[in-house]
Design a binder for this molecule. Structure first.
Ligand SMILES: NC(=O)c1ccc[n+]([C@@H]2O[C@H](COP(=O)([O-])OP(=O)(O)OC[C@H]3O[C@@H](n4cnc5c(N)ncnc54)[C@H](O)[C@@H]3O)[C@@H](O)[C@H]2O)c1
Length: 432
């Protein structure tokens, strides 16, 4: 099938590449000229494990192209995916300006029937809006179907999530579009990885509901972690005991430094906004959000307890991205912590396996080091913000030897508490 994906970011690039891997002819369109020029040369602008090879191979085999030419890309396809950003707006709503711009482009340039697919995370009613904008911009009437097909991939495991999805959700009111979507996704669908067809509005809501539920689990555990600390329980053991209950499951029960990234914070806020707009209350989600705001800075008192006055102190920060296996630093808790520590006069040496370049572009002004241990030299404290695997197996004796004072605030409960204490670290973690 002929597919155009508009927006070549974390979602669009992965979706376009995976569709080409499945044998489709794909054009990825973006307005970012630099990004498209790099992609044409096989230089991938984001870090996503396995993506580079897939892009290069499918490009070489002629199934995957990159362009900034809107009319070429839009006329080429039978199916057009909208995968542009939907960031948080001024009033915490989903800012749909990029989606609207793309809808106008599609209307202007389409010359035959298209299935237009909202893959971006968008509030209920967006597909309807997209259809209206497309029609308003068509020079003459051409039939179009707009369907909702939210994306559930996780950065860091995006290829696998796309190729082996738990489910594929498609919201449509058109039999023609349904048939086309079914054909497109047929290679990915299995008995236990089904395709779920719904009405359009339900599909749009499913994505927000799923993200809000995951965020709720995180805030729930973070709130309980305070009780665990107060009464001397261990939140990791609590999570283990809870998660083995099949009704609950073990995922997203890790207490830590709060959720960040490009999705949960804005999606929870957008859902709160939608609830309010519809005249409903958002009591649970307001609490989820407020617990998360506090949790992001919950390591500050712990750092102060170990280090005292931060002025002039050297703090090593391990992990800058919002989670491991990605270079995405949008709303990363590490950056907020760094800002707070710098405000108090701390000097920060930071390490992240892949996020340094994005941090530099975002103006995060710290000393960047190439190896985790380099950050520890003469450090007064290590603050671990993202649980990259590389931090797990490092030589603890060496870590201690390098630091001025062997203090660790482990925001992700990576290390064994008893081991760290017996090695002589002043070790503080979350909910233990
Ligand atoms: N990142 C994730 O893990 C993830 C997962 C599931 C869903 N989503 C959702 O998918 C959507 C995209 O997220 P992302 O992280 O890929 O965003 P992103 O910011 O990485 O990429 C968006 C891309 O769209 C391009 N763009 C903007 N306006 C355009 C236009 N008019 N024409 C062509 N290109 C245009 C930008 O230049 C950019 O390259 C969002 O709605 C997000 O909530 C993201």
């Amino acid at each position: 099938m002929k597919i155009t994906v508009i927006g070549s970011g974390y979602v669009g690039l992965v979706a376009g590449t995976c569709f080409s891997e499945l044998g489709n002819d794909v054009i990825c369109l973006d307005i970012d000229v630099e990004k498209i020029e790099a992609l044409k040369k096989g230089v991938v602008p984001i870090y996503e494990p396995g993506l580079d090879e897939l892009i290069v191979r499918n490009q070489k085999e002629g199934r995957l192209q990159f362009t900034t030419d809107k009319s070429k890309a839009i006329q080429f396809a039978d199916i057009i995916f909208i995968a542009v950003g939907t960031p948080m707006g001024e009033n915490y709503e989903a800012d749909l300006r990029y989606v609207r711009a793309v809808a106008a482009d599609i209307g202007t340039h389409m010359q035959s029937y298209k299935v237009v697919v909202d893959k971006s995370t968008v509030p209920v009613g967006t597909a309807e809006m997209v259809k209206v904008i497309i029609k308003e911009n068509q020079p003459a009437y051409i039939e179009v179907d707009v369907v909702s097909n939210p994306e559930f991939l996780k950065e860091g495991a995006a290829i696998k999530d796309f190729m082996v999805p738990d489910r594929v959700v498609v919201g449509t009111d058109s039999d023609r579009a349904r048939e086309i979507m079914q054909k497109l996704y047929q290679p990915l669908v299995r008995v236990d990885h089904p395709m779920v067809f719904t009405d359009i509005k339900s599909a749009e809501l499913i994505k927000y509901a799923a993200n809000a539920m995951l965020a709720t689990r995180i805030s729930f555990m973070n709130e309980l972690s305070h009780l665990a600390e107060a009464v001397g329980a261990d939140i990791k053991k609590v999570a283990l005991g809870m998660g083995l209950d099949k009704r609950i499951g073990s995922r997203f029960l890790q207490a830590g430094v709060g959720y960040g990234g490009s999705c949960f914070p804005k999606d929870v806020q957008a859902l709160i906004h939608s609830l309010k707009e519809a005249g409903c209350q958002a009591r649970i989600l307001n609490a989820v959000e407020s617990v998360n705001q506090d949790q992001k800075l919950s390591l500050m008192p712990k750092v102060k307890r170990l280090v005292g006055n931060l002025a002039g102190k050297k703090i090593a920060v391990w992990g800058l991205a919002f989670k491991p296996k990605t270079d995405d630093i949008r709303d990363a808790p590490a950056l907020q912590m760094i800002g707070e520590m710098q405000k108090r006069g701390a000097v920060i040496a930071g390490f992240d396996p892949v996020a340094e370049s994005n941090c530099r572009k975002a103006g995060v002004d710290i000393e960047y080091v190439r190896k985790p241990l380099d950050a520890l030299v003469d450090a007064d404290c290590l603050v671990l913000m993202t649980e990259w695997d590389v931090f797990r197996g490092l030589d603890k004796e060496e870590m201690k030897r390098l630091m001025k004072s062997p203090s660790i605030v482990d925001g992700r409960n990576v290390y064994d508490q008893d081991e760290m204490c017996s090695l002589g670290f002043d070790y503080v973690s979350v909910g233990r």
